[in-house]
Design a protein around this ligand. Sequence first.
Ligand code: HEC
Length: 177
Amino acid sequence: MKPLPPLLLILACLATPAGHARAFPDPGQKPAPGNEQPQVPLSQAGYRPEVNYQLQCAGCHLPQGQGAPANDVPNMIGFVGNFLRVPGGKEFLVRVPGVAQAALNDEQLAALLNWILRRDGIAGDSTPADAQPYSADDVAAIRHRMMDNIPGTRAGLIRAMRDQGIDINDGMPASTP
Ligand code: HEC
């Protein structure tokens, strides 16, 4: 198309009604049809643990829990339950930032950890057969206690596992002796 001559262009701009100038986001905008309900926060949505896992955890831990050791995310498959075999490990699993700071309430987090730790799930038989499940109260009691030195704490727990003869298959280069 041929460009408009300059005078015509100026006239075209002046003729544009001021109402056409749009504010973003448009405060008067209506939701798309079928989307009128306000969004429900995840902590009130009542999803199953496996759905919460995909929404809140899988971005780092990947869909099956295989992790991404190159990005410092440990493998959990067949391993994560070993934390329940060493002193302080049960607390550690609640206090890692991805868990403690998830957009989930205490009950949902307890259910999610219990789901990850199932012996027919991600943790497999790394979880001791007599492990006590987390309750919402367990999570509430420790979730908000910040952990100062996460890598140091984790390394100590891994050492304690190794002292028990546990095979450290978390995929992390730092855990290779
Ligand atoms: C931003 C990335 C990220 C997200 C999101 C995340 N994690 Fe993690 N997670 C990590 C990293 C990295 C570690 C290793 C310890 C550390 O550095 O915090 C870890 C450690 C863990 C551990 C301890 C296992 C171990 O071997 O150290 C558990 C259990 C865990 N995460 C569960 C979860 C759950 C459940 C969620 C979702 C509610 C979640 N994480 C969300 C990155 C994440």
